[in-house]
Design a protein around this ligand. Structure first.
Ligand SMILES: [Zn+2]
Length: 132
């Protein structure tokens, strides 16, 4: 059985293909975690544990490799700091992490879409968003 994470969110159309997207986010207020997207942009890893490795981009990259092995994360995801969240219909990048400063990526909010895989230190979920 797949775990579900339910969030309230908003709707937006993909700027490239106009596909209707439901999205939600976690702000940084009083929260301590690091977020990374998968290579395909269809999964997000939100980890408290990885904040200990987030002093620099190089350190975080190493930390992610160790984390993936330790937590048995499916290698298909290839989580990385510079990966973008992508439109599930056309693969258009919906975030701009490839060009952002490392500090801004680590300090920024994380956005995710309906249907994405959401992984944290405890479990793996499928995202459901109630958007109106
Ligand atoms: Zn699209």
């Amino acid at each position: 059985m797949t775990n579900i994470i339910k969030r309230v969110g908003k709707k937006i159309n993909c700027p490239n293909c106009s596909h209707a997207l439901k999205y939600s986010w976690l702000s940084r207020i009083n929260k301590d975690w690091v977020s990374l997207y998968s290579k395909a942009g269809d999964a997000v890893l939100v980890s408290k544990e990885l904040t200990r490795a987030a002093a620099s981009e190089g350190e975080l990259s190493k930390g992610v490799s160790i984390y993936e092995v330790k937590h048995g994360i499916d290698a298909v995801h290839q989580f990385s700091v510079r990966n973008e969240m992508k439109c599930p219909n056309c693969n258009y990048p919906l975030t701009s992490r490839s060009g952002e400063k490392f500090e801004d990526i680590v300090g920024g909010r994380v956005v995710f879409l309906e249907g994405m895989t959401f992984i944290n230190d405890e479990n793996e979920y499928r995202v459901e968003i109630d958007a109106r």
